[in-house]
Design a protein around this ligand. Structure first.
Ligand SMILES: [Zn+2]
Length: 243
């Protein structure tokens, strides 16, 4: 295949644009924040499950405490009733009975209050445990929101860059001979489409070419399209090639 050296050079611009298009496409499809956002979503789910457990434990304590409080009210009511009856009684045997019952009611009330104090203590710990878990979830949500916003910005930038590079590619491609462009596209479908030859090295694959290959390239006419014997890309020769 033959093509003008100027058209061959344009292939280098095309190859640069193809790299930019590919990178921007990759970036807009999977921004670097994606993995961490996924991690945070999984972590939030774990944290929420633990929060449910802690909320359940706190609810149980609240239920226990209110049951205990109603037990204390029952005892209080009995104490009031016994005291009233005691005040209104002159029967020694009855008085002794009320006094004995009042003593055991006082003991019962004191026991209930001891348990209640212990439960209140545990409720305080449960409140702290819930608050800690809620703080962790809030921090996870905040980091997730920040990263999502960052990812959105990256995707928007990459999309703009992708669209710009695609437009530029269209303009560059329009100026290249159709047959050469078709050859480039065929090669580019497998990897790098075109690379500059510089210091005996193909910039497409970074391989140093052998002396035999370099001799063959030196003998090729400027119009001849040569390819890299290592990677198959179109080797573009310019004054930088040092031939
Ligand atoms: Zn190569």
């Amino acid at each position: 295949m033959n093509a003008s050296p100027a058209d061959q050079r344009r292939l280098l611009d095309l190859a640069d644009l193809d790299v930019r298009i590919r990178q921007a496409d990759q970036m807009r499809k999977s921004p670097p924040q994606g993995a961490r956002v996924q991690e945070l979503l999984a972590r939030r789910q774990q944290l929420s499950q633990e929060l449910t457990v802690r909320l359940g434990a706190r609810d149980d304590l609240r239920t226990e405490i209110s049951r205990l409080e109603s037990d204390v009210s029952v005892v209080d009511a009995r104490i009031a009733r016994d005291q009233q009856r005691l005040a209104g009684s002159s029967n020694t045997k009855e008085v002794a009975g009320f006094e004995s019952e009042l003593t055991s009611l006082a003991k019962r009330k004191s026991d209930l209050e001891d348990v209640e104090l212990e439960l209140m203590d545990r409720l305080e710990q449960a409140d702290t445990a819930v608050a800690e878990q809620e703080a962790l979830i809030a921090a996870t949500n905040a980091e997730g929101a920040e990263l999502s916003a960052e990812a959105k910005r990256v995707v928007a930038e990459a999309t703009a860059s992708f669209e710009q590079a695609t437009r530029d590619r269209g303009a560059v491609a329009a100026g290249i001979d159709a047959a050469l462009l078709a050859m480039y596209d065929r090669v580019a479908a497998r990897g790098v489409g075109a690379g500059l030859l510089q210091r005996n090295t193909c910039e497409g694959c970074r391989m140093v070419l052998s002396g035999t290959d370099m001799n063959a390239i030196r003998q090729a006419k400027p119009d001849a399209v040569v390819t890299c014997p290592e990677c198959g890309c179109i080797l573009v020769r310019t004054e930088e090639s040092g031939l």
